[in-house]
Design a binder for this molecule. Structure first.
Ligand code: PMP
Ligand code: GLN
Length: 386
């Protein structure tokens, strides 16, 4: 008898854990898993310490601390012009990862189809499978990652329940434009499909691109669950404070799943998150400048090492075309880079239903201190000698 349930037997180990372990074993500069190596803002740390000192140390309400739900409602009002009720339309979750899982568990029935853009964030497909759903993939292709209307429309049918839209998109750096979001919105309404948006990189967009949320398109507020979190915007990926915004019936669906997964996240961090989510718009403008600088630095370093970065418009990742470098595939390249060159990257084949589709790509993260990126740039020069 196998102790492991069939439900999880095929999942393997997440590529983020695998590559970070390999990077640590070889003292490689970790440009793989996306987490900042610099300090979180002082105002965040002070707010967390104050929350613990004032004994906010017991369970939060299952749908989240009221002040944080109010702050999230205010944030989406200020930034996107949305009017949502903090009591019935906002749920606080243990990071966006739980938001994704609770949404999928809350709305997908066994046999329902879920449309996913690939390359995809690695938790989507396991969530769909654990709900008994069937993933249907739209493959985004480099270098533009554009959407073909007929190809996308062909994925919708009367079994489609949900589409997952991650913009800005990890790992490609694509920022979905208005035409693409309108196309998705029309298809959702024609086929009565729910959308889950994953907007964790909502404040990291470059070159004048604008982050647009599907929730805001006509007819979409009643059928969209908007998921986001603190991790990327406030450089606290380990805090795991996230939220889902949706009309009351959809919020109830998310909540019903969430209450029996975690019941609630860390109460003092939810309290500290109020300070974060209430930052003025200037905070987000500065974040864009901060990451534009880092992106430019890494892109230049990759080019000067003879690599071919693909244009990235958002997130803190850049994809590189490695097809002509002579490696068997992306896994071979990323392992070589980590163990021999001393820089870790993520092999994107883990983000495709057909791994061969990612075999000619590698993903690098630039959410790192300048000195980390400079050391990576130096080490990458070793590739010139290949
Ligand atoms: N979605 C995407 C696209 C991500 O890159 C991440 C990264 N962690 C998450 C969701 C998960 O966010 P959280 O850390 O808040 O769970
Ligand atoms: N979001 C991060 C990335 O894409 C990692 C998330 C994780 O480790 N689960 O690199």
């Amino acid at each position: 008898m196998s102790y492991m349930a069939q439900r999880v037997a095929d999942f393997g180990t997440t590529i983020f854990y695998e590559m970070t372990t390999l990077a640590n074993e070889h003292q490689a500069i970790n440009l793989g898993q996306g987490f900042p190596d610099f300090a979180a803002p002082d105002f965040m740390k002070e707010a967390a310490v104050a929350a613990i000192q004032s004994d906010i140390n017991q369970y939060a309400p299952a749908n989240g601390r009221p002040a944080l739900r109010e702050a999230v409602a205010q944030k989406v009002a200020d930034l996107y012009g949305l009017q949502v009720d903090p009591n019935t339309e906002v749920t606080i979750l243990h990071g966006a990862t739980e938001g994704i899982f609770a949404t999928v568990m809350g709305v997908v029935n066994p046999g329902d189809e879920v449309i996913v853009f690939e390359p995809f964030y690695d938790s989507y497909v396991p969530a769909i499978k654990m709900a008994g759903g069937i993933p249907r993939f739209y493959t985004l292709r480099p270098p533009d990652w554009q959407i073909d209307e007929a190809e996308l429309a062909a994925l919708f049918n009367n079994k489609t329940k949900l589409i997952i839209v991650n913009t800005p998109h990890n790992p490609t750096g694509k920022v979905f434009n208005e035409t693409e979001l309108k196309l998705i919105a029309n298809l959702c309404q024609t086929h009565d499909v729910i959308a889950m948006t994953d907007e964790v990189y909502e404040h990291i967009v470059f070159d004048g691109h604008q982050h647009l949320t599907l929730y805001n398109l006509p007819g979409m507020a009643q059928r969209t669950v908007m998921v986001s979190s603190l991790g990327k915007t406030f450089s606290v990926t380990g805090w795991k404070v996230g939220w889902a915004v949706a009309q009351p019936e959809l919020s109830r669906a998310v909540f019903r799943a969430h209450q029996f997964m975690t019941f609630c996240g860390a109460a003092p961090l939810q309290e500290a998150a109020v300070t974060a989510v209430s930052q003025p718009k200037a905070f987000y403008t500065e974040l864009t400048e901060f990451y534009t600088h880092k992106r430019n630095f890494l892109v230049d370093a990759l080019k000067s090492a003879g690599l071919s970065p693909i244009n990235t418009s958002g997130t803190y990742f850049v994809m590189v075309d490695i097809a002509k470098l002579g490696f068997a595939d992306d896994v071979a390249f990323c392992r070589y880079l980590t163990t021999e060159v001393g820089v870790a990257a993520i092999p994107p084949s883990a983000f495709y239903s057909t791994p061969a589709d990612g075999a000619g790509l590698a993903r690098f993260a630039f959410c790192k201190e300048e000195k980390t990126l400079a050391e990576a740039a130096k080490r990458l020069q070793r590739l010139q000698k290949l």
